[in-house]
Design a protein around this ligand. Structure first.
Ligand SMILES: [Zn+2]
Length: 475
């Protein structure tokens, strides 16, 4: 007996089931063809007309095919007559089937399913919905995910338009707004962070074939986000037509503090993770601590380096969490500081420029001691200049070990904090700084968390969480 002749019973059943299913699908396809025939004036119509007709009817086809597959495949579940009550376990009898239409990326899917109700527990349920793992509400998760992806790129109204045009599914801007806030609600830094394994892999890719461990940079900084007070919620009083156009609240630019871990590969930046929120220094410190304690950063596999401007709160966190990291005072921030001091001391003159250049060169060569000595010997030209000189001395003295720029450059460390500034741009500014847009702090943080998830490569993971939360709510 040849091998080909051995066919198991489950295989026979499966192939029989597929035969039936294919037949049912062909029937649905035929019905769809009737629609096409009706809508298309002539089969000889130009291509644009043909594609327009097919485009307009495509969701009817793909939706109905999906509908046929699930209804045929779950025939037993659909015709179920008895089910135990999930609370008291009593055996219940099916009531008249109830129709439900859900919307998916491939079109509407209509389902008819038996309903069960337990009188003593006063609870009703649809076992078929559970088998199909339907999300509560009409819009299913594939749709929600695609829509959320777009809403974190474009203003809600625009996202609504583009989404409708490209998918043929209507999802209102209000709904998009609610959806994004719902998905992001309560997200923490660890929920949008990639796993250690993922980060290790990115580090290993850069390390491959090099004699030195790659530089892992931590940048910390703030960016301004336009926010409005919670009191701006709700409708303004008075009749709509007389209502003042001008808002009765004042917007406020708030600091979105964030950090970013990234790798430097020659002149390329490889993103590891970002976390930006409108938050205070303590909250940022806690988020950074969570990342550290979760062991997400493989400190032994790279050379950790922190590059920041002069803000002391930043260095406080760095010192306590990553005491072994190389610390770099942002070169450009430092240069700017020196220029300002020189302007006060020498005015906007050639001399001021000369002094700044000589000072930067000395710092570059690691001669911060000379610079400090020079500053303490400097004869102030005014009282204001004396103050500026003393501040400058304090500043350089505080950061003296962070200014050995030549040594840092040789080690392959970055001198500037361009990496964190860039992430402000693509995470905060790109979506939050839009003309006329003012954000409630909570909503701005939701948006920031989702945009971090996007760049951290964890958007899918965030949606798994969303799905689990929806399931908890519906249970
Ligand atoms: Zn019951």
């Amino acid at each position: 007996m040849g091998l080909a002749e051995i066919i198991s019973l489950p295989e026979v059943r499966a192939s029989k089931q597929w035969d039936q299913l294919r037949q049912a699908l062909h029937t649905r396809f035929d019905e769809w063809l009737d629609e096409v025939q009706e809508q298309l004036s002539e089969p000889t119509a130009p291509l644009s007309e043909v594609t327009e007709t097919v485009w307009n009817l495509r969701q009817d086809l793909t939706g109905s095919l999906s509908e046929t597959i699930v209804t045929e495949a779950h025939l037993a579940e659909r015709s179920r007559t008895q089910a135990p009550c999930p609370q008291c376990d009593r055996l219940l009898t099916a009531r008249a089937p109830v129709a439900r239409t859900v919307e998916t990326m491939v079109g509407p899917v209509e389902l008819e399913r038996p309903y069960f109700y337990c009188r003593s527990c006063r609870c009703g349920f649809y076992p078929f919905d559970e088998v199909l793992d339907l999300a509560p509400g009409r819009k299913q998760l594939d749709l929600q995910k695609a829509a959320a992806r777009l809403a974190i790129e474009l203003p809600y109204e625009e996202a609504h338009q583009v989404f409708g045009d490209l998918t043929g599914v209507n999802i209102g801007s209000e709904r998009l707004h609610t959806l994004t806030n719902q998905v992001a609600d309560g997200l923490t830094v660890l929920e949008v962070a990639p796993s250690r394994q993922e980060i290790e892999q990115r580090v290993a890719e850069v390390a491959a074939g090099k004699w030195r461990r790659p530089v892992v940079v931590l940048g910390i900084d703030g960016a301004f986000v336009p926010t409005c007070p919670d009191g701006a919620r709700g409708r303004r009083p008075g009749q709509a037509r007389y209502r003042a156009k001008q808002a009765r609240w004042t917007g406020q630019w708030r600091d979105a503090k964030g950090f970013r871990f990234y790798l430097i590969d020659e002149h390329r930046i490889i993103h590891l993770m970002s976390w930006h929120q409108v938050q205070n220094e303590t909250q940022l410190g806690e988020a950074l601590r969570a990342v550290k304690e979760a062991g997400l950063i493989p400190e032994d596999e790279g050379r950790l380096c922190v590059v920041c401007d002069g803000a002391s709160w930043i260095w406080k966190h760095v010192q306590s969490l990553f005491p072994d990291a190389r610390q770099v005072l942002d070169y450009y921030h430092c240069a700017e500081y020196l220029h300002e001091m020189a302007k006060v001391q020498y005015g906007a003159s050639e001399r001021a420029l000369e002094w700044v250049e000589a000072t930067l060169t000395r710092l570059y060569l690691g001669k911060v001691g000379w610079v400090l000595g020079g500053l303490s010997r400097m004869q102030a030209t005014s009282e204001e200049a004396a103050k500026a000189i003393s501040n400058c001395w304090e500043y350089l003295n505080e950061h003296r070990d962070r200014t050995h720029y030549r040594q840092l450059r040789r080690g392959g460390y970055p001198l500037g904090s361009g990496g964190i500034e860039a992430s402000h741009k693509f995470i905060c500014h790109a979506r939050l700084k839009r003309s006329g847009a003012w954000w409630y702090v909570a909503n701005s943080n939701h948006m920031l968390a989702l945009r971090c998830a996007k760049y951290n490569g964890t958007f899918d993971q965030v949606f798994v969480r969303h799905q689990l939360r929806l399931r908890e709510v519906s249970e």
